[in-house]
Design a protein around this ligand. Structure first.
Ligand code: ADP
Ligand code: MG
Length: 717
């Protein structure tokens, strides 16, 4: 059970780390995450060069030279010096200063926090000590505050040359991180060497290892943490590539297993009553686009097949995913089988209820909306009962639908709208309820092909690539913030034409209150220009009922301006809205802006989007806004975004089953996804249930990255 002991060890909380103070452990946790594994995957970002100076004079010359050159690289110096004086602070709160000298001068060591007995013991007056740390010039005096090392001059060789530098948080030093990692690596090597089943840590196919020349897991970690050259920090170096591959491999394995878990279930075949479905399609005020028709065709095939469906319906904002989802639902509904639709917010749930409810009514099905707050109400209880009895055919709600007390009589299809807010684990939660419905997940987040495997390795994909005909491009304009007043006045013409306007207020980082203030101010300002009953305010701190009231007013009462924080981001469908104004557009991500812009242009009237930017716009930010101005296609925008920002930003906000990637840099490691996918297919083809001893390393891998859920299911199945 050696592997268990290794995986158990690295998944221990950092608070159990020996040899460091509780405060240090707290800081480490804050910096890297909870576990020892998190620290192991906290990689150095730079290389530090430590120089031995044989005299203080030499160090001074170097520092002065550097200052004259205007260079800001830190100098890490090691010297052998004599303790000449300890200066205790006159008051509490001031630092302790220690003078150390040699024949050529003196320098000052500064400590802000250290106990007196400890210092006296560490710096015996008159003794010769090796000190090493960052040297700075302060009022012509060389200072070193909290040196990385103070001790035996014989250890000099350990404090010269190159060493890795870690991203830090205040209060933590490199030496603390290095020391902790050193101990951890030693312990790991001990565990691996004393373990007869050490090959439990070799989960990668042998031929792959041969071909790539990658080091073993522990060798790779060691190489990264003892890096002495910039080359070793390169994400393309062999050790870093191997560690990234591990992560990708684990993630892909989770996805593949969770997919198989779903597909192992006895599926059902749903074939809708085509005459009723065709009547519905014929009653729509538009004809379906070819992409919509093709998606429906594929979905029908999936649902008609006795294997459970696991399909992603991907389409840019406004591409018409809702109607496709409903037609999918009809395959069940016309067979008297229930369907659930889960939306990420209450507003969206309500909106879907509005649209789908009307369609259901037309066709004689009962559709209800279950909201979080309803749990204990009379109405909520009645609805739950009816759901369990099968009297409700289509239920719409938020993730409250996943709660234990929601029971179905016979759930055949689950539609999850705007998937990026739901992860693999929520899907698994659904299975836990004892249902294995077909799954249709919809998403408006365009993902470049290279990244599809990372996100949706377990889903089949249908894409709605073109928008309904007759849609005009949304003409997009950039304005500097000085022109807000002018823009505010322009709204008049639109209101006179009975149109609706969204006005999005800036997202103020980490401060919902400031967010709100900005929105309130804008609301006040616009209310003074236009009839106050034509201007509403919507923000995240309103309760669902209040939000709903505002949305209803906006949707159903003539001309209107809706001042909002980003709550309208996903899915709102109000066709009469023709202008989207976004303040401080530079603070939003491109895909977010694209989503927001997609709230307008939903009918055949010309629509506009005004992006208002702050005067302090960086060149990159400017370029990004121009991307939006020039492009309408979400996929192209995503590609450009990727080019400008790198893959990390795109992946950053998404959920996966196994937490965020640490070692993987998608910009560099994207090709590894295909590789891992292929390797896993090969492995699973030979041993689909990972039962053979040869597959044991894969289980260690999953445990290592804490893909517990997947493992549990594997074991249960
Ligand atoms: P999204 O894909 O962003 O969820 P919706 O399903 O909300 O988009 O559809 C956007 C709008 O387009 C809705 O008002 C819907 O009625 C309309 N729509 C959907 N399909 C078509 C079509 N084939 N032709 C014209 N309008 C359509
Ligand atoms: Mg939608």
């Amino acid at each position: 059970m050696g592997a268990d002991s290794i995986t158990t060890y690295v998944n221990q909380p950092l608070s159990s780390l020996e040899g460091s103070s509780p405060k240090t452990r707290g800081l480490l946790t804050r910096l890297v995450g909870r576990t020892i594994l998190d620290l192991l995957y906290h990689f150095p970002s730079q290389i530090q060069t430590r120089i031995y100076f044989s005299s203080i004079q030499d160090l001074a010359t170097k520092l002065i030279h550097q200052k004259n050159e205007g260079s800001d690289t830190d100098i890490f110096a090691t010297l052998t010096l004599t303790v000449s004086k300890i200066m205790w602070p006159p008051r509490k709160g001031l630092p302790i200063r220690i003078r150390m000298s040699d024949a050529t001068g003196q320098i000052e060591i500064v400590y802000f926090t250290l106990s007196k007995p400890y210092l006296v013991q560490k710096f015996p007056l008159g003794s010769e000590l090796l000190i090493s740390g960052k040297a700075t010039l302060y009022n012509k005096l060389i200072q070193m505050s909290h040196p990385d090392f103070v001790g035996d001059p014989l250890l000099r060789s350990s404090f010269v040359g190159n060493a890795p530098l870690y991203p830090l948080t205040s209060g933590l030093s490199h030496s603390v991180i290095s020391k902790a990692l050193h101990r951890i690596l030693l312990h790991l090597k001990y565990l691996i060497n004393s373990n007869e089943e050490q090959n439990l840590f070799e989960w990668i196919l042998e031929e792959r290892l041969k071909e790539t020349g990658w080091p073993s897991w522990i060798e790779a970690l060691e190489a990264v943490h003892t890096a002495t050259s910039v080359d070793a920090l390169d994400p393309q170096s062999l050790p870093r590539t191997r560690l990234a591959y591990d992560e990708i491999f684990a993630h892909q394995l989770t996805l593949l297993l969770s997919r198989r878990q779903a597909q192992d279930q006895k599926g059902r075949s749903f074939i809708g009553q085509s005459d009723r479905i065709n009547t519905f399609i014929a009653s729509l005020p538009y004809t379906l686009t070819s992409c919509q028709q093709y998606a429906i065709h594929t979905i029908n095939k999936d649902m008609g097949d006795p294997l459970p469906m696991l399909r992603l319906l991907q389409g840019d904002v406004g591409s018409g995913k809702t109607v496709v989802s409903f037609i999918a639902a009809l395959n069940c509904l016309t067979n008297n089988v229930q369907v659930a639709l889960m939306a990420p917010t209450e507003i969206l749930a309500k909106q879907h209820f509005h649209t789908l409810g009307a369609w259901c009514k037309e066709m004689g099905f009962r559709c209800e909306c279950l909201q979080g707050g309803m749990r204990t109400t009379q109405l909520g209880k009645a609805l739950k009962e009816d759901l369990e009895k099968g009297l409700i055919h289509l239920v719409v709600g938020t993730h409250a639908l996943l709660e234990d007390d929601i029971k179905f009589k016979d759930l055949g299809l689950m539609i999850i709208d705007e998937q990026h807010r739901f992860g693999v684990n929520q899907r698994l939660a659904l299975y836990k309820k004892g249902f294995h419905p077909d799954l249709l997940v919809t998403s408006a987040t365009p993902i470049p092909r290279t990244l599809q495997l990372t996100q949706y390795g377990d889903l089949d994909i249908s894409a709605l690539r073109n928008k309904p005909q007759g849609r005009l491009p949304i003409s997009t304009h950039l304005f500097s913030e000085g022109r807000i007043e002018e823009i505010s006045l322009k709204l008049k013409t639109l209101l006179q034409k009975n149109q609706k306007i969204y006005w999005i207020c800036p997202l103020v980082e980490e401060s919902e209150t400031l967010d709100l203030t900005a929105a309130i101010q804008r609301h006040t300002c616009l209310s003074s220009l236009y009839p106050p009953d034509q201007v509403s305010l919507l923000h995240g701190q309103m309760n669902p009922a209040q939000k709903q009231e505002v949305m209803t007013r906006f949707a159903h009462e003539g001309p209107h301006i809706l001042v909002a924080t980003t709550v309208v981001e996903v899915g709102m469908d109000i066709p009469e809205a023709t202008l989207m104004v976004i303040e401080h557009a530079e603070r939003f991500g491109l895909s977010q802006l694209h989503q927001l812009r997609g709230r307008v242009g939903r009918n055949d009237l010309p629509s506009h989007c005004f992006l208002i930017y702050s005067d302090a716009l960086t060149p990159i930010a400017r370029q990004r806004l121009f991307v939006l101005k020039n492009l309408q296609d979400g996929f192209k925008i995503a590609e450009e975004d990727l080019r400008l920002r790198g893959y990390g930003a795109l992946l950053g906000t998404t959920q996966s089953g196994s937490g965020a990637y640490k070692a993987m840099d998608p910009y560099v490691h994207a090709p590894l996804f295909e590789m891992a996918h292929k390797d896993l297919q090969k492995i699973l083809a030979l041993d689909p249930f990972l039962e053979s001893p040869a597959s044991a390393p894969l289980l260690s891998l999953l445990t290592l990255f804490q893909c517990h859920e997947t493992l549990n299911y594997l074991r249960a199945g």
